[in-house]
Design a protein around this ligand. Structure first.
Ligand code: FAD
Length: 475
């Protein structure tokens, strides 16, 4: 009885739960849907769509080794998915469709509608846990709710991990060849201009590239992760987020690689191992939040009282932030890193997000959308979680009065201005003091070809504090 694996954010053959389940049950065909209309609606970045397509092409080669043909179909919007799936199932006499679960509101609705349409045809639809270590809903507080505090969530995660480590799936053996031809993977999709080659080269496609990056990180960088993870000028973090977001790597593979490098230990060994696993658990936490609190998928504030914040409509300030022209070097360098590479260092994501939402008092949704439109690792749960954390509107968020100062963050995390000099060559000649705040130079050393600060940090901080303090019920 033929099976279908419908690939989405799980672009790999290794440790792929749905692929293993399908191939264990019968001859398997793979399917991928091109949904440009839906992707536009979700603000998916052109560089991310390009990354998906490049990984899909690499995956096709891996699937060929398993004799699994890959069909590519067009479903402009996900509302078209039920008919497209029904058609594929009829044409290829499919008995059951296997998917690795996705958790956004639209993704859940799409899967429900597809399952119901297939049910009419007598075709099964089976979801598998794959994108996460733990099934959302399986980790609840004593009162039965989803955890809202990360440290409590993490504690339960560790208890579960100590009791049993999620096992890796075996790579299935090749099946007998099927008389079904694979479709060509398109090099691009209309509406999504492919990025520059220089960006593509930073993010090579395919499982081999992802596993190589994971191994390099686990074996060579993990030890220094705790000391280096906040220094944007160093390659101190794994830069695996695009691979995890597209499912070219699984969180289980990451966990196993780190434990291997740490002699099988969670506690003890290299301190970097625990810190890094914590980051994987933040990823887990925000996805559980997405499921437990669906309003997050609708771009509503987690803390509803913060919906009353008097966000400023300031298109010029927003454009200056987006284009890296705020006059604060660390912010501008970070935004240029995003625009050029499709990625931004975590410390800087927090700094630029706080600057937008606190110093400029611009709605976090503007920043969330802009990030999503440019990030190669854009992920609804992590992006929304990060923005709401920074804006103090989210679960377990930064307290509203702890506002990062972009100049002191710069002095602390880029003390010699190496990161700034890399992205802002116009400031390359400034010394290690002036590089963090060129406006302090004015008059003394002549003009620097760099914009003046967009806001006064002290006054804008006070404005943000007042906005939060005046909320009907404080955050
Ligand atoms: P590492 O430090 O090596 O961490 C390993 C992995 O853990 C990452 O690849 C990622 O999958 C996960 N992770 C790390 N930190 C976080 C976190 N705070 N929340 C959730 N998962 C985390 N991450 C995304 O994957 N996609 C996003 O769209 C995204 N948007 C963000 C927006 C803001 C405003 C903020 C503050 C953070 C955002 N993050 C997002 C989280 C984090 O910045 C990135 O995951 C991280 O920078 C990726 O780099 P890395 O792979 O080198 O991370």
């Amino acid at each position: 009885m033929r099976q279908l694996i419908w690939l989405r954010s799980d672009l790999r053959v290794h440790d792929n739960t749905a692929l293993c389940a399908a191939m264990a049950e019968g001859p398997t065909i793979a399917l991928y849907l091109l949904s440009p209309g839906q992707w536009q609606q979700h603000d998916d970045a052109p560089c991310k769509v390009d990354f998906w397509l490049r990984n899909l092409a690499a995956l096709q080669v891996e699937l060929q080794r398993l004799n699994v043909p890959l069909l590519i179909r067009h479903a402009e919007h996900w509302r078209d998915a039920p008919e497209v799936l029904a058609d594929v199932c009829r044409t290829h006499t499919i008995r059951c469709v296997h998917v690795n679960e996705e958790y956004g509101l639209n993704e859940t609705r799409r899967d429900r509608e597809v399952a119901s349409r297939l049910d009419d045809l007598g075709v099964g639809f089976r979801g598998h846990l794959d994108q996460l270590l733990f099934q959302p809903g399986s980790m609840l507080t004593r009162s039965g709710g989803y955890f809202q505090v990360f440290s409590q969530f993490r504690k339960v995660c560790y208890q579960r991990l100590h009791a049993a480590l999620p096992a890796l799936q075996w790579l299935p053996a090749a099946q007998a060849p099927l008389s079904v031809a694979s479709d060509a993977v398109p090099a691009s999709v209309q509406g999504f201009t492919p990025p520059a080659d220089s960006l593509r080269q930073l993010w090579p496609a395919g499982e081999d590239a992802a596993l190589e990056r994971l191994t390099l990180f686990a074996e060579e960088r993990l030890e220094a992760y705790t000391q280096q993870r906040d220094i944007p000028a160093l390659p101190g973090t794994s830069q695996l987020s695009p691979y995890l977001a597209a499912g070219v790597l699984s969180p289980r593979q990451c966990l196993h690689a780190v434990l291997r490098a740490n002699c099988g230990e969670f506690d003890g060994g290299q301190p970097g191992a625990v810190s890094w696993i914590n980051e994987l658990l933040w990823r887990e936490f925000y996805t559980h939040i997405l499921v437990g609190y669906p309003r997050v998928s609708r771009h509503r504030a987690f803390r509803l009282e913060t919906e009353a914040l008097p966000w400023r409509h300031a298109p010029d300030d927003l454009a200056a932030w987006q284009e890296g022209r705020t006059g604060f070097p660390l912010i501008d360098a970070a935004m240029r890193q995003l625009l050029t590479t499709g990625w931004m260092h975590n410390r800087l994501r927090m700094v630029v997000a706080m600057f937008l939402t606190k110093n400029l008092l611009i709605d976090w949704r503007e920043g969330e959308r802009f990030f999503m439109r440019h990030l190669i690792d854009g992920d609804l749960a992590a992006n929304n979680g990060g923005w709401q954390w920074s804006a103090s509107t989210g679960t377990d968020a930064a307290p509203y009065f702890r506002i990062f100062n972009p100049i002191s963050q710069s002095q602390k995390f880029d003390p010699e201005g190496r990161f700034i000099r890399h992205w802002l060559p116009e400031l390359v000649h400034l010394d290690n003091r002036a590089i963090h705040d060129p406006s302090a130079l004015s008059g003394l050393f002549g003009a620097v070809d760099y914009p003046p600060p967009l806001v006064d940090l002290r006054r804008s901080r006070e404005r943000a504090l007042a906005a939060f303090q005046n909320l009907p019920s404080r955050v």
